[in-house]
Design a protein around this ligand. Structure first.
Ligand code: ADP
Ligand code: ZN
Ligand code: ZN
Length: 747
């Protein structure tokens, strides 16, 4: 018997192993351990061939151990993974790496008995803060956390529950256990038990219509684009649909962008459904991830809320797939196995014959194109839920205006007015740090990264001494500030440009009696910080919010009445043809934070290009009109979604190695194309090799080759024919190369 096993490595297919009847029987979708290059590795059985095969069995290595007697991955899931491997030209073993939690890849048992959870002992219940050392603030916080939970009827707290509300709790838990104040119980990875009240409101007619459209056809594949303006209550629509699916005993998978998966969101799901919700995201540790995977696979939990990689989660009986903010770039994996979770989710729903709902206020042009082609059904929510009105959006022409620290006078005046009336103000600037450029005042020298073609950003937070540090936002390299200019020895530097840190400093000085809260990657780096800061913003405890695109996504800040966008101009004229679409989405998403509750909202957009035709369309006529015009431009320029692309990237220490690899690939592709039989051939354009927009990054030279065709299948078949040669090519060994199918960014 020959067993085909997928192991991690650069092979396109599963490898053959022999099965000796001494062991228990392997199963397709289960794990086995096999010898591989003098090592024992764990792989997944993809197929078992029982027909007599014409090969010398003695030359084939045997399976060493069978780890699972039941499949970990169902046939349906395996089919999806094989499809993904084929479509993205990614070795099947690597696809499985992305799909399986680390613990399972390491060979641990698939069953999970529970992850640790703790409970106050009788001694612990009698404990007061005064019994703890005075300055042990983590211990104080831990006790307070248990006492609060206790008062809400919750006695057991799991690791994930503690992590959600506390930093650095593990050491204190250890002390408490040693002192006999806490006892360890076996809980599991779900937030324990009590969820809040189910919201009282009913769905409005638009929302109900959207729910009905999908719920009437849950046994068939159907893709639905739910386009609802910001604040229209898309989440309630998802919940309404999920409720119907749960009532039939089926499960639901919901994908959300990385930073959209907040504890508030989980709580909202649990309260509405009055059921536990499992989560999968990058903040979980290995055992939490394993546990969530297990609970979903066995059907113990019906709803999974997850980020990108949750598209591969195993379900016992999946009934619906939902993806929120479907236009979001975080659904595209940009490293290694470069898949689109959105596209795979649609494929998954198709295979399982269930509905898939793609929600957004600003859908991607691809999805709108799919609607126009009749592939997706369009559901729309045109009004905001509750009594909220859409905000008014205005372009502020700042040509020739006096600009102080990036803020124009009209915006400053508007801020004053809104603050006086008790509203919150949100300022959007998509650049973190203090200033993007540090320049010598005497000779013009600029601090640049030694390993990238990029400037170093100056960071100057209040708590750093010696005036801050320099950081490259592309490779992470950090440096101290230079004491003098390396070029002319002058000690006079100018800080050029505006980052969120600088804006925070300015705004705080202008509005000294108001509290300012900055939310960007730097202030939310620590675990739990994002939830803490958005919580403060949500409760209206900060008057002025300053943030990057992190603030744009999905947050509900009921008291924000004014949103100011400081610098959107660079997105209007970029080399990347998708930049305009992204900018439009960002503008409306940020604008959508204004006026989401009782008070009306106002949005002011500073620009030097108030006559930009598509910008005017967006503001005056809305996203739909913008998207139609943008799609026409794409069609004229023969770009996606009217054409299909694959981007081949190569990087090497020597530029000529990367070029040579891509040139030989191009020659090969041209040959295959020329040899195609006329009835099969389609158009094929090959551009490059050219250097990447940032030619040097982390010390390596980067080049790319872009392939394009109007026929997707043809593009894939030409590349597929060449693929085995790429893996064997000596030129390929000198470079790091990758294939990016349907690339989203040309970087
Ligand atoms: P979106 O994701 O579409 O921007 P949300 O789902 O965040 O909008 O909903 C915005 C707000 O409106 C939330 O506070 C939500 O509870 C509320 N909401 C949603 N549907 C209704 C409804 N039918 N009646 C009253 N309030 C609603
Ligand atoms: Zn100088
Ligand atoms: Zn760098």
């Amino acid at each position: 018997m020959i067993v085909q096993v997928a192991v991690s490595g650069p092979f396109l297919f599963a490898l053959d192993y022999r099965f000796d009847a001494l062991l228990q029987f392997p199963v397709v979708g289960g794990r086995v351990s096999v010898p591989f290059r003098n090592k024992t590795v764990i792989g997944v059985v993809m197929a078992i061939l029982t027909d007599s095969v014409d090969c010398d069995l003695s030359k084939i290595k045997p399976i060493l151990e069978v780890l699972d007697t039941e499949p970990l991955l169902s046939d349906a899931l395996l089919t999806l993974l094989k499809w993904a491997s084929h479509y993205y030209h990614e070795p099947i073993g690597e696809v499985l790496q992305a799909a399986l939690p680390k613990r399972l890849r390491a060979g641990e048992a698939a069953e999970v008995s529970g992850t640790p959870a703790w409970q106050l002992s009788a001694l612990g219940l009698a404990l007061t803060l005064a019994d703890l050392p005075k300055n042990a603030k983590h211990q104080h916080a831990l006790l307070a956390c248990f006492n609060t939970a206790q008062s809400q009827g919750q006695t057991v707290l799991s690791a994930s529950a503690l992590s959600a509300s506390l930093d650095h709790w593990r050491a204190s838990v250890k002390k408490f256990v040693e002192a006999g104040w806490l006892t360890l119980t076996q809980g599991h990875c779900l937030a324990d038990g009590v969820w809040g009240q189910r919201p009282a409101h009913c769905l409005n007619p638009e929302q109900q219509a959207a729910v009905d459209a999908v719920s009437q056809r849950t046994t068939l594949f159907g893709a639905y684009l739910l386009q609802g303006v910001t604040g229209s209550g898309k989440t309630e629509v998802y919940l309404g649909m999920i409720e119907q699916v749960l009532a039939k005993g089926q499960q639901a998978l919901v994908l959300v962008p990385e930073i959209g998966l907040t504890p508030q969101m989980v709580a909202r799901f649990e309260a509405y459904l009055q059921a536990p919700v499992a989560t999968l995201h990058s903040g979980l540790n290995d055992s939490e991830r394993h546990c969530a995977w297990h609970l979903v696979r066995t059907g113990q939990v019906k709803v999974l809320l997850g980020t990108r990689s949750a598209v591969f989660a195993p379900f016992k009986h999946l009934g619906i797939c939902i993806i929120d903010e479907e236009h979001d770039l975080s659904y595209k994996q940009q490293e290694g196995f470069r898949y689109s979770a959105r596209d795979l989710l649609v494929r998954r729903a198709f295979q399982e014959a269930i509905p898939v709902v793609l929600g957004s206020a600003t859908p991607s042009l691809e999805s709108l194109h799919n609607v126009a082609q009749g592939r997706y059904r369009h559901l729309t929510l045109k009004i905001r839920a509750g009594n909220a009105k859409m905000p008014s959006i205005k372009l502020l022409d700042i040509r020739g205006e006096k600009i102080q620290e990036g803020v124009s006078t009209p915006l400053k005046i508007a801020m004053q007015q809104h603050l006086t009336q008790g509203g919150q103000v949100l300022l959007f600037l998509n650049r973190r740090g203090f200033a993007p450029v540090l320049m010598c005042h005497d000779c013009g020298w600029q601090a640049s990264c030694p390993s990238c073609d990029a400037n170093m950003t100056l960071h100057q937070t209040a708590h750093t001494t010696q005036g801050g540090y320099l950081q490259c936002h592309h490779c992470g390299e950090q440096q101290a500030l230079p004491p003098e200019c390396p070029s002319c020895l002058s000690t006079e530097f100018v800080k050029v440009g505006q980052g969120t840190e600088r804006l925070e400093e300015t705004i705080q000085a202008w509005f000294s009696d108001k509290s300012v809260l900055r939310i960007d990657r730097d202030t939310t780096r620590l675990k739990g910080k994002m939830a803490e800061l958005t919580g403060i913003a949500e409760r209206g405890e900060a008057d002025i919010l300053i943030g990057t695109q992190m603030l744009a996504k999905g947050h509900h800040f009921p008291n924000v009445t004014l949103v100011g966008l400081l610098d959107i101009d660079q997105g209007l004229f970029s080399v990347d043809y998708r930049a305009l679409e992204r900018t439009a989405q960002l503008i409306l998403q940020v604008a959508g934070r204004a006026g989401r509750a009782k008070k009306a909202g106002e949005v002011l957009i500073q620009t030097h290009h108030p006559e930009h035709p598509l910008l005017i369309t967006l503001i005056k006529e809305g996203y739909e009109a913008f998207a139609q015009k943008a799609l026409l431009e794409r069609q004229d320029a023969q770009l996606p979604p009217f054409k299909h692309q694959i981007l081949v990237r190569a990087e090497a220490n020597l530029a000529q190695d990367a070029m040579a690899f891509l040139q030989s690939l191009k020659a090969g592709l041209e040959q295959v194309h020329a040899r195609s039989r006329p009835e099969q051939a389609h158009d094929l354009q090959i551009w490059g090799p050219v250097s990447a927009p940032m030619q040097r990054r982390q010390g390596r030279y980067r080049f790319q080759l872009l392939l394009q065709s109007s026929k997707r299948a043809y593009l894939h078949s030409v590349l597929g024919e060449l693929e085995p040669y790429i893996y064997k090519s000596p030129l390929a060994r000198k470079v790091r190369w990758s294939l990016d199918v349907d690339p989203q960014e040309m970087v």
